[in-house]
Structures are given as C-alpha cells and as structure tokens.
Design a protein around this ligand. Structure first.
Ligand code: PMP
Ligand code: GLN
Length: 397
C-alpha cells in the first residue's frame, strides 16, 4: 500500500491538521499562568498572579445557591439580569453621582477580560490607533491586535510612574479611536487623581476619541482617597466605556462576572458584539450578586480591609533590601530589587520563586518591548500568615 495516499487506508497514517496563519503570532502563555505554575512546582508562596488566597463571604455563596434552588437556571436576557443591572446602576449613581440607565447603558459581562475585548472589537476598526499607557495589562494588546488596531504607546514616567500628559496629548492623531486607561493601575498600584482626570478631559475635548476605562480595582484605593471614575466627569463619561469586575471586589476572581457602563449609543454597539461573543452570562451568579449588592458595606469596607494588608506588607518589606515603590491602590506592591541583584526581571522572578520560595511577576511583562527597570510586582491580597511567611523569606535577601 502507498503511504502517500492516506485516503486508501486512513488508519495507517497520522491525521494531520491543516496549518493556518496565527491571528496572534507573538502570544504565548500569560506570565500569570507561567509564574503560578512555577510557584506550585517549587512550593513557593505565590505572590505572583493577582488573586486572594482566602475565601469570599459565605453570604454571597448562599445567595447564588439560593438563586439556583429558586430556578434561576435558564438563559437570562442578553444584556444581563435586570435586577443586577439595576443594582449596578444604583451603586454607580450612589458613589460617582452619574445615573446610567440600567436598560440601555449597563451590560453584564463574563469578567472584565471579555468586557475589554468586546469594547475594543466594537469600537476599533482595522488601522485605527489605540493609545495605551505602559506598563499595561496583558489582555489589552492582543485585543487591539484582534481588532486590527494599531497600539500607540505612552509610557509612565520613572521613578513614580507619573502620567506624561503632554506626550499623551501629542499621541492623539486623526486616526486615534480610543484611549485605554486603567485606574487604580495594574501593575504599578498608582491611581489617577482629580487633576489627572481634568487633564484628560482637556486633552480629548473637541475630539472624536473614545475612552475605555478599566476600573476593576475601583474599590481598592487607600489613604482616604476617592476612586476617580470617569463616571464622575460628565464630559468623559459621555465618551467612555467603563469596565469593572466583581472578581476583585468580592474575592471571587474565578466567577468571572463583570460589567460595562457606557452611554446608550456606545452600549448599543457594545451589545452587537457581546451577543455573538458570549450572548449572556450565567444566571444564578447574577441573581446572587444582585442580592449581595443590596448591602454596600462589603465594597465600602474594602479599602480598609486591603489597606491593612498593604501596610503590613510594606512594613515587613521596609526591613528588607527591596525598595518600596508607591502603592495607592490595587492589591499590588512593586519593589525595586537593584540593591539585591542585577538579573533581568524575568530571571529574577524565576530565581526568587525557585530559590527563595516567593513568586513575583516581572514588571517587564507589562511592556511591549524589552524594558528592564529592576522592578517586580507582589500581590498582597493574601492572608496575613501567607504574607508573613513571604516576608520572612524576603527579609533574608
Ligand atoms: N483588568 C485588569 C487591570 C486586571 O488586573 C484584571 C485581572 N486581574 C482584569 C482586567 C481582568 O478581570 P477579570 O478576571 O474580571 O476578567
Ligand atoms: N489580573 C491578574 C493579575 O494581574 C491575573 C489574571 C490572569 O491570570 N489572567 O495578576
């Protein structure tokens, strides 16, 4: 028999899948997955990937279980359960003073990642420019690439990651479709202040530029400062998609439920993509979240809860040779390790995980080109005992 004619006897030849050009040729496994796997393999304390190592409030689990028992187990409406959209609109109105219409301006999403991708796919056409502030969260660039957009990078300024507004303004061209901002900021832990929002307002005034505002850490801002949502600024809100996620706020990163708030015309375009992207998001969690949101205490108390962890972690690191960078928000603490090692960040993170037993994320992973500044990111969203073990190991360096 002739092996070059597999159709004659398919059982004798390996079946080859057709090859096709990659839509994302430069994309590999995310740094979060890589470092979590290494942490597990080396039995290291995992301060790499951002997720809590403690459980959520049992009341939210009860609310979801009850929703299932109450029969909320079929498709919800495409935009999300009305009861949850109402609760989200109410929360935004109470905190930021801007009332979104729950029917036409709020959409429930499968976490912030899907919200970001969908917003980018609905707004960005091939060849459009999207301004991205670097260091930048890892899902933004592949999402822009899938839309055929062209990222235009504006880099935060050392040493405190200041926002370079004059360069941001200069980056706007007639081709600019979208500016992507993220406050509180992953990975640097910096937050935008009122004067920053006003500068952004000035920069975009009179342009056709949209804003995609990633506010997943909205309830993790410290030292008594407010979160400056674009929702507080009517001129910005009129051109913005706001993205948030319950994963961060309620310690349920594995639930993957988030939302987008945007003016009705923007939401209409968002939903055109959303309905063929996921169509909708699981029903019982939406019902449970709506029930849980009736009590504002859990999210209003979150800054104090995490600030305690931040202060504990920073106080511990103050006794080490790591240099602390600012942490005004998020559950991330960046540190400069140049007094300890001159390894590149990715190498240092691997060494720290394997040899010292504490996993970190290299901040270089948040830049599109090689960018070494001797800085790694730790996640302090952990039990105090976990942080204490990590601190004891880090203090030996
Ligand atoms: N944006 C930022 C800045 C994040 O840090 C994360 C996750 N940590 C996301 C979006 C994605 O959120 P989700 O897990 O809800 O998809
Ligand atoms: N956003 C989380 C972080 O920054 C990780 C989420 C993920 O693993 N994709 O650590």
């Amino acid at each position: 028999m002739n092996a070059s004619h597999p159709s004659q006897d398919p059982s004798q030849t390996p079946l080859l899948s057709p090859s096709f050009p990659s839509r994302l040729p430069d994309v590999g496994t995310t740094i979060f997955t890589v470092m979590s796997a290494l942490a597990a393999e080396k039995n290291a304390v995992n301060l790499g990937q951002g997720f809590p190592d403690f459980d959520c409030d049992s009341r939210i689990v009860d609310a979801v279980a009850q929703a299932m028992r109450d029969g909320h187990n079929q498709y919800p409406p495409m935009a999300g359960m009305p009861v949850l959209r109402e609760a989200i609109a109410e929360k935004i109105a109470n905190i930021y003073g801007h009332r979104y219409n729950a029917n036409t301006e709020i959409t429930v999403t499968a976490g912030a990642t899907q919200a970001l991708l969908t917003a980018i796919l609905c707004a960005v056409h091939p060849g459009d420019e999207v301004i991205v502030v670097e260091p930048t969260y890892d899902s933004y660039l592949p999402s822009i690439e899938l839309a055929g957009g062209k990222p235009v990078f504006v880099t935060l300024e050392a040493p405190d990651y200041a926002i370079p507004f004059s360069r941001l303004a200069a980056a706007i061209t007639p081709k600019t479709r979208l500016i992507l901002i993220n406050t509180p900021h992953n990975p640097t832990g910096t937050v935008w202040r009122a004067e920053d929002m006003r500068k952004l307002e000035e920069i975009v005034r009179g342009t056709n530029v949209l804003i995609l505002s990633d506010e997943v850490y909205e309830h993790m801002v410290y030292d008594g400062q407010p979160h400056e949502s674009v929702a507080r600024y009517p001129e910005l809100a009129a051109r913005s998609f706001i993205v948030s996620s319950f994963g961060k706020t309620f310690h349920v990163t594995g639930w993957k439920v988030g939302y987008v708030a945007a003016p009705a015309p923007l939401t209409a375009e968002f939903r055109k993509v959303h309905q063929f992207n996921v169509f909708t998001v699981n029903t019982p969690m939406q019902v449970g979240l709506a029930q849980y949101l009736r009590d504002p205490k859990p999210y209003l108390e979150l800054p104090a809860f995490y600030q305690k962890k931040r202060d504990f972690f920073r106080a511990g690191l103050a006794n080490s040779r790591f240099k602390l960078l600012p942490c005004q928000g998020t559950y991330f603490q960046c540190v400069d390790y140049s007094a300890i090692s001159d390894l590149p960040e990715a190498e240092f993170s691997k060494w720290l995980t394997a040899e010292i037993g504490v996993a970190a994320i290299p901040v270089s992973a948040f830049y599109h080109e090689s960018h070494e500044s001797g800085v790694v990111r730790f996640c302090f969203g952990k039990q105090e005992s976990t942080l204490a073990t990590a601190l004891e190991r880090l203090a030996r360096l």
